[in-house]
Write a new protein. Sequence first.
Lengths: 51, 814
Amino acid sequence: MEILYFLIFLSFVMAMGGLAAFLWANQSGQFRDLRRPAEEMLFEDRPKSSQ
Amino acid sequence: MMTVTHMLHRRHPKILSSAAADERFCRHCETLLPRELEDDYCCHGCRSAHTLIETFELNRFYEIVQENNEGLRPARVQRSDYKLFDAPIFQDGFVESKQDGQKTAHFYLDNMSCYACVWVCEQLVRKLDSEAQLAINLATGEATLAFDSSRHDLSHFLQHFEALGFGVSPNRTFTRDNRREVARIGVALFCLMNIMMLAFPEYLGASSLEDRFRDLFRWISMVLAALAVFYSGWPLLAGGVYAVHKRSLHLDLPIALALIVCYAYSVYNTVRGHAFVYYDTTTAVVALLLIGRFVQGQALSRVARQQSQYLEGDYRLARVQAGDGSEEMKALVQVVEGDVLRLLPGEVVPIDGILLSPSSELHYALLTGESDLHGIIEGQTVLAGAVNGSRPMLLRAAQPGVQSYLLRLQKASQALHHQKGHYLGLSEKLAKGFVAFVLMMAALNLLLWFPFSPSTAIERFAAVLLVACPCIFGFGAPLVIARAFHLGMQRGVLFRSQRALERLSEVERFYFDKTGTLTEDESRIVEAHWNQLELRKMQLDPQQVQTLLRRLPEFARHHVITALTRWLGPGDAREETQVKAIREYFGQGLSLVWNGHDVRLGRYGFCVGREPDDPQALEYSYLVIDGAIVLQFKLSETLRPEATATLQSLVSQGRHIYMLTGDATGRAQDVGQALGIDVAHIAARLNPQDKEQQIVEGERSAMVGNGINDALAVSKVSIGIAVESATDALKEKADVVLAKPGLQPILDALKVSERARTIMQRCFFFAILFNGVGMTLAVGGWATPVLAAILMPISSLTIFTIAQRWSVTLRVGG
């Protein structure tokens, strides 16, 4: 059962990674607008070239 | 033209080919055009939007719209005046100034339906000024524009957006950054999930796990729970400290107390190695409360934005007199200090000012509710909100119009957010009782058990605080209210306060004003007789009299005068006529001196000086010159088409309908009969004070009106309702404002109010149920960690679901 110590340690490292990713995404404003990026990527090419 | 039904006729991109050959569509919004319309556009707004798009070579916009399968709404021309947005005082709060004229403006863009709208706006800004930067949040409609004010004014950009059909409104709350709130919720959920994972073996029974692992799990949970309680739960703890500081039984107090006590008690048990650890429950409470508050905050700010857009769209006009005596209607916000304003009788003073006329009379019905006239003399100060009593008056503005305008906006939004000041909502009252009850129960347990076993006493004390679920008060009730505001707004009803929402459904007696409320705004003359004989006797030319009548709108605003001028049709109103000593008698008529003649217009009794012998004469209005009747005419009004149906529904709900009017009895009864109102419930020939007296003092009454003469009555009833076409002053005073024309929104308002009440009761039922079970468990000492962990989230989630997910079914047809 000693393996549990390692597994718990491992799961926490992974969980912390997830938490860190969430905090970074939140801090960089990725949750502010959930619609625009989804639609914007479909129209990337022509608007750029029309500048 | 611009109604919702519009959307139904839209040509859908997918069914292009199926359109009949002779059908034509608007070139901008693709609305089906009526056959008789010989134009390529459905409205002027669409024409200018299309022209603008073609001029800037942005035709790809239409392609993107098609690709996205989104329809366009008809573009509206909303404002004629954008210069307002350049005024520094108006910019205060939504425009940030940086060095060298660099500015950042925060505003909302309406009608952002898909990325195409975002694209066209951002392209447009690039073409207008290559250095300006526009960023639009498609989900919320928030836009941020960085520009150089030395190159272009803000209005230069904004008017182009509006020309495209995207309404602009300032965003004065842009500083609200919710990133920290989101982070707190995320951390709390992270902790919760990991703690639950670690607690799971214990749910199955302590024996399934070796002791050393069990203890390790508890220690890890302790660290995670500390993060949840002291980082995520910080706002809750701070609220509790604040409540103690203010010595009030605020809801945050038991929440903060429960969090601290439960956490401390769990730590204590962890150290001793006892089973009663509640890290999972404590963390769940933090997470659910934070989510509830977050959703509630979002809902409220959305409603506040919608309401402020509606009120901010109201650009009240003021009559500004130039030095040479010429007059111009200006938006209130454009008025500068020192401008000379002219006010007609019955108009509301829009701005603090100094009286320039030798003397005048005012009443303060809108401010204080009393309608006695107060005389004032030249040089005295007149406060905004006073109503001009009887004569036209001149006023010098003592402050810029923007200031008074912003003040009104501020008041309007305060009414929404700080409604606890004068009125304690049902849930707040109960919350206080609940807090007191929980604290007492906890204390009682502590005192009773302490002599026997101190550890049991602390255990029970903590358990009571823990299982007491404050969700209903913490976010249940506020969520129901925010949702009701939102549903009301969708149906064209603005609840101005929580009180209005809670009280509306209780209303038993509805008092309606007649003219402009039950009837259409405009009345017309159906019958008129000139008395040629008297005119000849006085050697008056009928043309001259007509010229005088055409000039009357300059001096007074009354629906009779409007009807008269419409009946006379256009003509020469410029002819030199001398009009002096104008005076309006409320509900009676108007008197003036014209070229030396004494002229009276109004009721028989007022014009002739005695009551008529024939009651028929009361049905007419009169124009009397030097004591002789020269014109008598009869007015007719059109009922609002949906008035009858609306009143019938109200009656079928068991409510009583009354009609109050200043009009003649006969006409009032005709209208009443057409609407099916009991004759005993019709009161005619009332002045504003009479209207107020007619209303039976009592809680459960509502007054529906449109004008200042209803203001007194509105302040007497428990709920004042202003119809869509009501004057701004009444809208400000009313508890419920209809944002859609007609009377039907009243039914929707009632429905929302009733439904909100039902939902609230349902929440209370579950809250009592869960708390009852919880308390029993706690007092009996059965509140084991497993039970608490099951009960608490179920309770919170049930309340959350009930409060957030409800709707009101729309009437079909009608």
